[in-house]
Write a new protein. Structure first.
Length: 764
């Protein structure tokens, strides 16, 4: 391993380039390493992961995990973190969270467990970690994957070793670290929608013991959505990101890594599509609000824009990427942070400290009615800051039979949301609307503190059998301040400051059996936890600021990690059963939005991942997940006025029964010494329910995505050019949606259409 600890390295032996980047499929050559002249052995390269807080071979890790790194990420075109979902089973990672209008507001679900709400007071159900630092907010969660060394997707609860709210799983991102030799890379990308991206990094050795790495990216692209009346676009890219890292080898035993990053985006809202006007036939107007026709039609002399359609369809368009909206169109983000990681080898044990601060400022809005009228608009301005400190002790004991890690974790966060909503509220049927003005103004502050102690150890019982035992104790504390008002009629909805605390104990036990050097069999039982909170979207009065309790997930898992044919074939299988209790059901049905522990459920499934390298030129991969998620209890835990739009027959949100992916790669050395590599990838999702109520207009039927890439590398591998395409079949598919029965409207955001790109990179 190189001195700087990076698991990526390059070796040259007898003129053959051997890539040691984790996740890359390469040619390993023991014969060349020993100076013999036999032909190199074709093998799948070893993959190193940190799923158990230490570096170890993927095939030795008794955890269901997908890992892609180095060339594997590049060849699949992963330029933002959400795209990893196309290459891993049982995961949905979507941007443009419902009701937000933000391109970067992530919704992540693993094995049917996650969070579909972007709000500052809603905790994610899948933890995202960058270089060991937890990212607490889904806002800004769709990160640009520039200068990334490795991405790991851990499936199932990770409540033993990782921080708060990893009940569904974890996405672990490891950036490239400073090298001790001068060098770097610059890349330019052009393509559809006037795309122009520039990415670069440089390693600078400052002394024998100090190295620095600077990396930056400038990303621009026109939007793929169009507002027909306003004339502007939606879903564009206009972001700048930078990262600076410093590595100091203070002594033979102490290494210090410092990192600082900043991202600035100034973009338009995520593309929104009006699906339905007057959503329910014969819609009856309630006493509190009117639907679209009741509010807009009287006395306004509406004429359909094309003169041909009725009022109910006059603002609907044939394309999912066009809208008649003229309201707010903003999607700004400032995201920054810094961390210091200290590794200290004390001989018998190792000590690690991870200190980090992070913050964000985000402004995003949407025209929720997608018409020229001010009927439903939302605007959010969120500010968040967090601090975390983690200490770890790890080592081996009892003659190296026990490998263990233990530690303590503290996390503190403060976030505020200031915004308004323009809603057509308080009108009697047939009444003329008053002057348009913000009908609701909101201010919400949440302060969250977490304390945790954790420990896990693996004890070798025999030469082949080992046992793992771990536990984590967590205490979460939250304090809220709410000041919500209806501006139009001068009513104070709520001025309250509730607070709560919740404790959890999340154990894990497992057995691992090494049947052969290439076959690992394992079984485990683990528990996950997501803390409780308070509903911070009251509609009428403070009584609606109700408390909801933590949710828990107990998962039984068994799996096998196997290698065959001298590592030309790798086959990993995992089966699981999860008992999901006190599910925090998130109901987003404007205007009444709330969370309640109103259900329990079961999730069971099987996951398969296969890699094959029959020859030095050909590589194949396949991943598949089958998931059966169902409610076993519905309707408990509801407060007064809360109506749950689900039954025992309702499907889980963002939990497709099938998630499949496959890829074929062919590489060939050319006569002049260059290398040509061609790759094709396929991803399949079965039916996806985008809202908790399984609204048929928001349900995405099964669909497939295809991508391809053709790359040429120069003989010295310093230059590379690549032509690539994504969504080659130009599939139209929803990534989020919202139904507002009270307004008679339904809206959705759609994924990107077919695109092409051309990249050119140069190493130095």
């Amino acid at each position: 391993m190189p001195r700087n600890g990076n698991i990526s390295g390059r070796l040259r032996a007898g003129g053959l380039l051997i890539c040691a980047a984790a996740g890359a499929q390469t040619i390993a050559s023991p014969a060349f390493a020993s100076g013999q002249s036999e032909a190199p052995t074709v093998q799948i390269e070893e993959v190193v992961v940190t799923a158990r807080r230490r570096e170890e071979r993927l095939q030795d890790t008794p955890v269901a995990v997908t890992a892609l790194a180095g060339e594997a990420l590049e060849s699949r075109g992963v330029d933002s973190v959400d795209q990893i979902a196309k290459f891993a089973p049982s995961i949905r990672f979507d941007g443009a969270a419902a009701l937000s209008g933000g391109n970067y507001n992530a919704t992540v679900f693993i094995r049917g467990v996650g969070q579909n709400d972007f709000a500052i007071f809603s905790d994610p159900g899948v933890g995202v970690y960058v270089d060991g630092v937890y990212y607490a907010r889904s806002i800004g969660g769709t990160l640009d994957a520039f200068d990334v060394s490795r991405i790991e997707v851990l499936r199932g609860p990770q409540g033993t070793l990782f921080g708060k709210n990893t009940i569904g799983g974890a996405v672990i991102i490891t950036t490239d670290q400073p090298k001790d030799e001068f060098g770097g890379k610059i890349e330019g990308v052009t393509g559809s929608y006037d795309r122009l991206d520039v990415k670069a990094h440089v390693d600078i050795p400052l002394s024998e013991k100090v190295s620095a790495r600077l990396s930056a990216a400038r990303l621009t692209r026109d939007g793929y959505g169009k507002r027909l009346l306003a004339g502007d676009d939606l879903g564009d890219r206009n972001a700048t990101a930078a990262r600076a890292q410093l590595r100091w080898e203070a002594s033979d035993a102490v290494t210090v890594n410092l990192s600082a990053d900043y991202t600035r985006a100034r973009e338009h809202s995520a593309p929104q599509k009006l699906l339905v006007i007057g959503a329910v036939p014969g819609f009856a107007v309630g006493p509190f609000m009117g639907n679209f026709n009741t509010y807009i039609a009287p006395g306004l002399g509406i004429t359909a824009p094309n003169g041909a359609k009725s009022l109910n369809t006059s603002f609907l368009t044939d394309s999912p990427f066009t809208t008649y909206g003229t309201g707010p169109n903003i999607n700004d983000l400032d995201l920054w942070g810094g961390s210091a990681t200290v590794d200290w080898d004390l001989g018998a044990v190792s000590f690690k400290s991870i200190s980090a601060v992070r913050g964000l400022k985000a402004t995003f809005a949407r025209d929720g009615d997608n018409t020229p009228f001010t009927f439903r608009e939302t605007f959010n301005h969120d500010v968040q800051a967090q601090y975390s400190q983690e200490f770890q002790l790890s080592g081996q004991s009892f003659g190296d039979r026990l490998t263990w890690v233990t530690g303590a974790y503290v996390f503190r966060e403060r976030g505020t949301d200031s915004g308004y909503a323009k809603l057509a509220l308080g009108l009697a049927p047939g009444a003329s609307p008053p002057p348009y003005s913000p009908s609701a103004a909101v201010y919400t502050k949440v302060t969250s503190t977490t304390y945790a102690l954790f420990a896990q150890g693996s004890l070798t019982l025999t030469d082949r059998l080992s046992a793992t035992v771990g536990a984590r104790y967590n205490r979460d504390e939250k304090d809220y301040v709410l000041d919500h008002r209806r501006i139009r009629d001068g009513v104070v909805i709520a001025q309250v400051a509730p607070s709560g605390s919740w404790n959890s104990f999340t154990p894990k036990v497992g057995l691992e059996f090494k049947a052969t050097p290439d076959i690992l069999l394992y079984g485990s039982i683990g528990k996950g936890f997501k803390s409780g909170g308070y509903n911070a979207r009251p509609l009428n009065d403070a009584s609606e600021v109700t408390e909801y309790q933590p949710e828990t997930l107990l998962t039984y898992e068994a799996g096998a990690k196997t290698a065959w044919l001298d590592r030309r074939l790798i086959l990993n299988v995992a089966g699981y059963f999860s008992d999901y209790q006190d599910i925090q059901v998130t109901v987003n049905q404007t205007p009444r939005n709330f969370v309640a522990n109103a259900a329990a459920g079961e999730v069971k499934g099987v996951e398969v991942e296969l890699q094959a390298k029959p020859t030095a030129n050909w590589s194949f991969n396949f991943g598949g997940g089958y998931m059966d998620a169902k409610y076993t209890e519905v309707g408990s835990g509801l407060a007064a006025g809360q109506v749950l739009p689900i039954t025992l027959a309702t499907h889980f949100v963002k939990a497709p029964k099938w998630t499949l992916n496959g890829g074929v790669e062919y590489g060939r050395e050319l006569a002049g010494g260059g290398r040509l590599t061609a790759r094709v990838d396929w991803t399949h999702y079965s039916t996806v329910y985008n809202d908790v109520a399984n609204d048929p207009d928001l349900t995405q039927s099964a669909y497939d995505l295809f991508g391809a890439r053709l790359a040429y590398a120069s003989p010295d591998r310093m230059w590379q050019a690549a032509l690539f395409g994504s969504n080659l079949s130009d599939e139209r598919y929803m990534v989020s949606g919202n139904a507002s029965s009270g307004f008679g409207l339904k809206e959705a955001s759609f994924g990107r259409p077919r695109e092409w790109g051309l990249s050119l990179s140069r190493k130095f």
